[in-house]
Ligand binder design. Structure first.
Ligand SMILES: Nc1ncnc2c1ncn2[C@@H]1O[C@H](COP(=O)(O)OP(=O)(O)OP(=O)(O)O)[C@@H](O)[C@H]1O
Length: 246
């Protein structure tokens, strides 16, 4: 008989798994903010992480990125501890922190510090539609432009994994689509994308699979189509119906 306490998993977890979390528990401030987390993600495509405020989505992303180490359990990328894989990944936040320099200098800083080809800056700015703003102060960019610069900075790292924490939460619809387009281009080039979002439309447009988190536990991990048409966990159903989960 199926273990009803286990999260719903409808994905083939037998092959080509890049990320594995096993029995992950994370205690912060004396409280378990992640608990009993078992997760296997493929090394390609877009995984959306959804769930109510305070569910533990950002903490999960940090753990996947190797910025925090689980209190118990293991987090590995292709068998290697997540904490050793940070340099192969890029993390973009809702509000980018930009240097008090020009747009081009923000990119140059990253390329220089990672010993990448600095000639890449111009191509990256063109890629994100900011070539004509290269000499402007980065702090004077609009919210959407600043996030496109943050995406260019992330791509400058040539990451294998792009971690996005609500990257479009405060952007207008056109800027949202621009960020989504840049992200999907990266995906098409083989970059694994893990996207934390509250935007159900965005997750529908972009995700291949959805991880649903509630109170630090994964209640469901399903292919996106299945998640949006026939969610199996009560929490996910409530979330998709706009009901408050308490
Ligand atoms: N440094 C910390 N010390 C103690 N508790 C923390 C710390 N950081 C986060 N938490 C708690 O962990 C829980 C999960 O936080 P997290 O930021 O991961 O939630 P989230 O799902 O990303 O929420 P939101 O959708 O509001 O961004 C919250 O209850 C938060 O208060």
């Amino acid at each position: 008989m199926r273990d009803l306490s286990a999260p719903e998993t409808l994905l083939d977890t037998s092959s080509d798994m890049a990320l594995r979390l096993s029995g992950v528990r994370l205690i912060l401030g004396g409280r378990a903010v992640l608990d009993g987390v078992d997760l296997a993600l493929p090394g390609r495509g877009v995984t959306a992480v959804m769930g109510p405020n305070g569910a533990g989505k950002s903490q999960l992303l940090k753990l996947i990125h190797g910025l925090t180490v689980p209190t118990a359990g293991t987090a590995t990328w292709n068998g290697r501890p997540a904490a050793t894989m940070t340099a192969t990944q890029a993390l973009v936040f809702q509000k980018p922190v930009l240097l008090r320099r020009s747009v081009a200098a923000n990119l140059d800083f990253v390329l220089k510090s990672r010993r990448k080809d600095r000639a890449l800056a111009q191509a990256l700015l063109t890629h994100v539609g900011l070539a004509d703003k290269a000499r402007q102060p980065a702090r004077a960019l609009s919210g959407g432009e600043a996030q496109r610069l943050a995406m260019a900075r992330a791509l400058a790292l040539e990451p294998q994994v792009l971690l996005l924490d609500e990257p479009t939460a405060s952007l207008d619809p056109a800027s949202v689509l621009a960020i989504e387009h840049i992200t999907l281009q990266a995906r098409d080039q083989g970059v694994k994308v893990i996207l934390v979002t509250h935007d159900i439309g965005q997750a529908r447009r972009m995700a291949d699979d959805v991880v649903f988190l509630n109170r630090g536990r994964i209640t469901e991990h399903s292919p996106a189509e299945r998640f949006f048409t026939a969610p199996r966990s009560t929490e996910a159903k409530d979330f998709l119906n706009g009901r408050l989960i308490v």
